[in-house]
Design a binder for this molecule. Structure first.
Ligand SMILES: [Zn+2]
Length: 432
């Protein structure tokens, strides 16, 4: 036998840690089966480069990793969780719809709302945002999205999916996807890109010509420029039919983009069935999804993305049924759905809503906001704290993880580590 210190011939030297997080009151590893937060108490985490190399008790970590030279974060009395993976966002758009949102507090009838805002020269709904987005410069789109992304990172989010969909013309959709790429290159946050030209129909083209444009022009150009990992469609009454959605997503898949679907948000017209049939990487919203389809989605391995803040912001008449989805065996992810109609940057707020309004346990919500999000993006290298995973972590200034869903509207994040580097530091005197 060779010496335990690694000096013996034939021994693999112990990896050397660059960053060591020690004495965490709790670490949420989220490394096991769905919804298991995998809590380890009094835990240490060793990181080498971008990768987690060891997690566990002090003895276990010190036995496997050389920690002598590591930068140390003392996490005593605090909680460490995987960075949030926000797997459904409309991060890039022009302007806001704050006037519309504020008016909705007292006017619920859409026609009355349109008339009221129309008197002030304002449009309502997604088409109002399409107008503002088309009128924005590349720099304006980047700057406004980058500001939101900074807020998301400061709230613990380390990976974001970002959809196009407020351009609805070839040039504008391409610009939105290029903005996603620029955000990825200029932020610590990983930004994955989704082509959602089928977010609606523009008012300056016929339905048939826009469908042809999506399939024959936009998808090939997005693919040629390698601008999106995923393609998405809004399949719902008043939007795309299941047949149209299937055609668009099949074309996108042939061009190398994995399908995601906005389905059953305001009606049940077959979007979730299509997701199961196509084995989409995720199916998102699910307010009207029948239980039989939930089971089919579970069997097909399609991740359900649920967005409590969207239901909250639109005061949805039929909130989704998270418990039914879990009972039918679905794997769920929690996402913000940040967009001009639901401006929420914080996955902590999303978790709080998921627990209080949808009967998810704090552990289920924590798992769904981290590893569930990674699953909804087909990512297996993040979303949990385990050896071999990317070192994307957040440190919460609270003694137990349940405080995240208890302290409403706040931000418990004190530090964020992205790919092994401290990128947010709200506690150290010299921190950023
Ligand atoms: Zn959406």
């Amino acid at each position: 036998m060779t010496a335990a210190d690694g000096s013996g011939s034939g021994d693999v030297p112990r990896p050397r840690a660059d960053l060591l997080i020690k004495d965490a009151a709790q670490v949420l590893t989220c490394a096991g089966a769905p919804y298991d937060a995998g809590i380890v108490e009094n835990a240490w985490i060793a990181i080498a480069g971008e990768i987690i190399v060891s997690v566990g008790s002090r003895e276990a970590v010190e036995a496997t990793v050389d920690c002598a030279e590591a930068e140390v974060i003392d996490a005593a009395g605090r909680v460490v969780a995987p960075g949030f993976v926000d797997c459904h966002t409309h991060l890039v758009f022009g302007g806001s719809r704050v006037e519309e949102y504020a008016a909705k507090m007292s006017v619920s009838d859409p026609a009355a709302l349109r008339a009221m805002l129309g008197e002030r020269g304002l449009k309502t709904g997604p088409m109002a945002t399409v107008g503002r987005t088309r009128a924005s410069s590349a720099a304006e789109l980047f700057d406004s999205a980058a500001a939101r992304l900074r807020g998301m990172l400061a709230s613990g989010t380390t990976t974001v999916e970002s959809k196009s969909g407020y351009g609805l013309s070839t040039a504008s959709e391409l610009l939105l996807l290029e903005t996603n790429r620029a955000l990825h290159a200029n932020s610590p946050v990983d930004v994955l890109s989704t082509f959602l030209g089928a977010h609606g129909f523009p008012d300056d083209m016929s339905r048939d010509s826009y469908l042809a444009c999506l399939i024959d022009e936009m998808i090939p150009r997005v693919a040629a420029a390698d601008l999106a990992e995923f393609a998405d469609v809004w399949c719902d009454e008043g939007y795309y039919t299941a047949g149209e959605s299937g055609r668009i997503l099949a074309a996108a898949r042939d061009a190398g983009m994995e399908p995601k679907i906005h389905a059953d948000a305001y009606s049940y017209i077959g979007g979730s069935d299509l997701a199961a049939e196509m084995k989409a990487v995720s199916v998102d919203h699910l307010n009207y999804t029948p239980r039989t389809v939930m089971r089919a989605l579970a069997d097909a391995g399609v991740v359900g993305v649920i967005m409590p803040a969207l239901d909250f912001a639109v005061k949805h008449p039929r909130p989704f049924d998270a418990r039914a989805m879990i009972e039918e065996g679905m794997t769920l992810a929690l996402a913000t759905d940040i967009c001009p109609g639901c401006w929420v940057e914080s996955q902590q707020f999303v978790m709080a809503l998921a627990c209080r309004s949808y009967a998810m346990s704090p552990a289920e919500a924590a798992w769904a906001a981290t590893r569930g999000g990674a699953y909804a993006l087909g990512l297996r290298d993040r979303g949990s704290i385990a050896p071999g995973q990317l070192a994307d972590l957040q440190i919460w200034g609270v003694p137990t993880f349940e405080h995240v869903i208890y302290r409403l509207g706040g931000n418990v994040v004190e530090q964020v580590v992205k790919r092994g580097r401290v990128v947010v530091d709200h506690v150290s005197p010299c921190g950023g």
